[in-house]
Design a protein around this ligand. Sequence first.
Ligand code: TEU
Length: 549
Amino acid sequence: MLDKTKPGWWKRAVAYQIYPKSFQDTTGSGTGDLRGIISRLDYLQKLGIDVIWLSPVFASPQVDNGYDISDYRAIDPAYGTLEDMRELIAEGKKRGIGILLDLVLNHSSDRHRWFLEAKRSKENPYHDYYVWRDGSPERLPNDMRSCFGGPAWTWVPEIHQYYFHQFAPEQPDLNWENPALRRELYNMILWWMEQGVEGFRLDVIDQIAKEPDRYITANGPRLHEYLRELSRETFQKRKGCLVTVGEAWGADTERAKAYSAPDGSELSMVFQFEHICLDQQPGKSKWDLMPLPFVRLKRCFARWQTELHGKGWNSLFLDNHDLPRIVSRWGDDGAFRVQSAEMLATMLHGMQGTPYVYQGEELGMTNIRLPISGYRDVETRNAYAERIAAGIPEADVMASLYARSRDNARTPMQWDASANAGFTTGEPWIAVNPNYKEINAAAQTEDENSVFHYYRRLIALRKEYPVFAEGDFTLLEEEHPKLFVYRREAAGQTLLVVCNFSGENVKWALPSEWRSAKALIGNYPSGEGDDLRPWEAKMLLLEAHEKRA
Ligand code: TEU
């Protein structure tokens, strides 16, 4: 168990993301709940994780599954009560598992009390908590678009003004230029800190300093000023022990160093997406598919590893609730599902940073194909309508949803082979993936050769060998079209990670100095020759003799 009172303890931690709506239902409502999470803490303890990032469970009309908060201090009744949350925090603590809440500070729900007041009149004290511009029903302030489609402005006839929203119209943007609003947010954060949470994930934090008149959404001029104030007024009271994770789609390595500066002036770590956007056409949307440029992917990881070493801290992830399942995206979710899921995990968990496992990733859960009526996600549904209207053939539109819809990651957690995968006794809010009889937690926890146990062993390695958290990074075989090979080094330990990122056998000779190394983990039984089998991955360790003594 990590000592969470030691500043920077989170550098050795592994996090697990829960999407509460799809994790475990205990009431038969078809929606997961907090008591369901409590009932699965033993499973998570077995996996070996240290913190849970809990996607939003606050009161919400659920237009964007909780990323539209109507009361930051209340639990949505669908998920339970504040009492349940306190119990979750306490039960987690007993098992060495801290809770990170997901704070959406860029926008609120349009049903938040502040917004209901704000739209009553221009003189209302809450009016300036949001971003308003004059106009007329025919003339929008400008042509900015929302991330979920449609204009970024919505007209309120009663007060003859538009409000700004980077996401759905039900998610009005908060105005960070207003000090009173900032103070309200800080007080709310301090209150949650008193409830014993271990930290926060900060939703689209790079977008809080927007300046719509200048078309600025991410990385506004005042962004880092706001972050430093936020940190000083709240997080720093826990002196480096609180985990704060900033979601920043627009971060490059320079900015990441500011977000995660070792002096703790902003956040603990950045959660950025450069690697995950590489198989997206530049300047186009995520629905325009393209193959993964593998050599660029390696260079991208290598650059983040070397640039942030000693100067910042990154999150390591391949999956989350906004992304399709990685085994379907970059691996092979057919014949080599197990091997490719384990290879991807090996590649990621050998690096420096804090690894995040997204629910079901540790089972090798896959994408799903639904009829259009089966999709629940606001982004997916809007994209479908817009692309059909743009004249794209239906089959192509559906193919891009199968590959990229956020609902791929939001199908219920597959617990066992019983009805609805053991997720609910009722009607699940979204379809269960039909492959649950083959892919489920009950089967995998029983089987030492499962993806689950592979993740468990990887997570344990990070705790055992300091080189995982501390080592530097050298990319080897940079131009190789199929192999991802790297070396890490620290404190007398040298780690070699070798991954075959393909479904073919690859000829490759292990350098001679590694022949006597200790095999830490691998996804095939150790073979005779050096050649790598389809999606094979392994980690080897050399320790300096003086360290052994
Ligand atoms: O995501 C930020 C974000 O930019 C995504 O909406 C992204 O554009 C999209 O998923 C790409 O397909 C965060 C949350 O993680 C997401 O679930 C929310 O919908 C969004 O913010 C709004 O709060």
